[in-house]
Write a protein that binds this ligand. Structure first.
Ligand code: ADP
Ligand code: MG
Length: 608
């Protein structure tokens, strides 16, 4: 049994005031967790100083050397000692902690860094004749001495954590720490496209190895942002993302949001900022998830870069020593604004689906890749592509519908439409359409499902989904809890066009189903809707709940799948897709069509 008696036998110790070095070391524990967090503080200082170029170097993952040089406003000689003191800042006067427009304001970073490493600060105040340097070794400050520097500030930190060996032991390998430094620099650079950045690993001496070089981006806001994100996240992201630019009341949201079909298996590609400050905020992450919920299955995650800007008094950035968490005054309205901004933006992308889809498809069928395809790293079978690695050279003997050339000849305007003119239907599910410069393959089942879903949503928002009464109500027997659950949702389901009533015992009667679905298996629909209700958790909003139910219901209306279609019908489907937002992906975030450009096809056959 553990001893629960008070520890009276401990000798009492007198209360003592900690000395500055100890205070700084304790504060440093919160501000500077690892080399990357030191670098973050130094870069933020450089940005606050108005720098347009920031050069960063490190050795041994930042454990032995960290150096950050900038061309900002600098610090005049007489202020150098203050810069290294705790609670000394030029950024606020202390009277208004809610009006913070800079990254810094706690006046802690440099003092903390000086407490956990050997720090040298060299700077030339703007308009001053010369530069000066000050050093802190083991918490003891040197005098100010002249130094050589043409402009800006250089902070160099060596032997990080040598005074706190316990913390040193907590650091990961040099490689892991270097990785974390790279991440921090990239994240900060995303929000500052007008600032040039370079990052070098100088472990082996000399000029070192360049890890990252980002020149200043010019042009208008979105040009600069897109340019910067292309260099950091890659062209694949920027090609498959749409600019977002929305404003409601005091809040603005800008950035790039990826098409749902460019989704990821985890939330790694979500870069969120508040007034340019990188944050990891549950509210924002939840809002992004909510905005995409209608397009992605639960295990897929959207890729986004979003900056929320607002007047500083509406967000508290002072809730975390490293300032990576924030608190909004009115979280619900911030959330609502982000969700609707993203949804509007994605609706504006119309039927577009991710170009990576066709690239993946090409990768799977490209002849020179066949070894890879045949052996291990075979992409998941999707749309049947990976089953036919030899390409389109297979015989088209099983074409199930062919459109005669005179029906839609090459001159028809349909060919100029984004999804082209239908030419054939294969395997009773894939529509092949010819576009100006390539071909499109539509998964008729997936496309139809999404179109039905979008129509259901439109009806629901308008007057409620039109229901069609069954001639004879369908009786479905369920378990007691299931019956209770679905009857409890009866009102919501009625808005979705599904009318059910109690039918004694554990049975329910289905009286009507959504009219646009035509004839459906009512029992299957009820069981599917039940599954959906069980999946929903208590925090799901009514609207999200309705959409999820509609999405399930839409699966039952895919009357056109597995069915031969005539040219007219196929073309009508293509035109409806073009006119319907979000039709580029099915209800689970998979693509509804793949586009191959002629140039891709030529490459496939080694023609170019
Ligand atoms: P804070 O950023 O919270 O003010 P710091 O300890 O990071 O606290 O910096 C203290 C002060 O030193 C800043 O307020 C600023 O005036 C000055 N300073 C720090 N780094 C730089 C820099 N790179 N360029 C110009 N001034 C700087
Ligand atoms: Mg600072």
């Amino acid at each position: 049994m553990p001893d629960a008696s008070p520890k009276i036998d401990l000798p009492r110790r007198e209360i003592r005031q900690l000395d500055d070095a100890a205070i700084n070391r304790i504060a440093a524990g919160e501000v500077v967790e690892r080399p990357a967090s030191a670098i973050k503080e130094l870069i933020e200082n450089a940005i606050d100083a108005g720098a347009s170029q920031i050069d960063i170097a490190y050795a041994a993952g930042g454990k032995s050397v960290i150096r950050v040089a900038d061309n900002g406003a600098g610090i005049p000689a007489e202020e150098l000692p203050l810069a290294l003191s705790r609670h000394a800042t030029s950024k606020i006067d202390g009277s208004d902690l809610l009006n913070i427009t800079t990254f810094g304001f706690r006046g802690e970073a440099l003092a903390s860094l000086g407490a956990v490493g050997r720090l040298s600060l060299t700077s030339r105040g703007a308009g001053r004749d010369g530069a000066f340097r000050i050093r802190v070794h083991d918490g003891v400050m040197s005098g100010v001495e002249p130094a050589a520097l043409s402009a800006g500030t250089i902070v160099e930190l060596t032997d990080l954590f040598h005074t706190t060996p316990a913390r040193l032991r907590f650091l990961r390998s040099d490689r892991a720490e270097a990785q974390a430094i790279g991440d921090v620099v990239r994240r900060l650079a995303m929000a500052e496209p007008a600032v040039g950045f370079s990052l070098r690993d100088i472990t082996d001496g000399g000029a070192g190895r360049t890890i990252l070089k980002l020149s200043r981006e010019t042009g208008d806001f979105f040009d600069a942002l897109t340019g910067r994100l292309r260099r950091i996240l890659g062209a694949e992201f920027t090609e498959n993302a749409v600019p977002i630019d929305a404003r409601r009341d005091d809040f603005g949201v800008t950035g790039l949001v990826a098409l749902p079909t460019y989704s990821r298996g985890s939330a790694v590609a979500q870069y969120l900022f508040v007034n340019g400050r990188p944050v990891r905020d549950k509210l924002l992450i939840g809002a992004v998830r909510g905005a995409y919920a209608d397009f992605l299955s639960r295990d897929r995650h959207p890729a986004v870069m979003l900056n929320i800007d607002c007047p500083p008094e509406l967000v508290d950035v002072n809730v975390h020593p490293a300032k990576s968490e924030v608190r909004f005054r009115d979280p619900a309205s911030v959330r609502g604004m982000i969700v609707s901004a993203i949804r509007h933006t994605l609706a504006g992308a119309g039927h577009r689906s991710s170009s990576t889809v066709s690239r993946a498809a090409l990768g799977a069928i490209r002849p020179m890749d066949t070894t890879r395809v045949y052996q291990m790293d075979r992409p998941p079978a999707r749309n049947g592509f990976s089953e036919t690695p030899a390409g389109f050279g297979t015989d088209f003997g099983d074409i199930s519908a062919r459109v005669e050339p005179d029906e839609t000849d090459a001159q028809t305007p349909a060919q100029d439409a984004p999804l082209g003119a239908a030419r054939a239907q294969l395997h009773e599910n894939y529509i092949i359409a010819q576009t100006r410069d390539g071909l499109v393959i539509v998964d008729q089942h997936a496309a139809h499902e999404r179109l039905v879903y979008e129509r259901l949503k439109a009806q629901q928002a308008d007057k409620g989904v039109a229901a069609q009464a069954l001639l004879i109500p369908e009786i479905v027997s369920l378990s007691g809890t299931d019956a209770a659950m679905i009857l409890e949702a009866a009102e919501t389901l009625a808005r979705c066009g599904l009318e059910i009533e109690p039918f004694g015992g554990d049975a329910v009667a289905v009286r009507a189903t959504p009219a646009i679905l035509g004839e459906v298996n009512a029992e299957h629909m009820v069981r599917d809707v039940l599954d959906e209700l069980k999946d929903q958790n208590t925090t799901t909003t009514v609207m999200a709940g309705i959409e999820a139910v509609l999405s399930r219901i839409a699966c039952h209306g895919s009357v056109r799948s597995g069915r031969r279609m005539q040219a007219e019908e196929m073309n009508a489907l293509l035109r409806e897709m073009e006119a319907t937002p979000h039709s580029g992906q099915c209800n689970h975030g998979r693509p509804t069509y793949v586009e191959l450009k002629l140039t891709d096809i030529e490459r496939l056959f080694g023609r170019t």
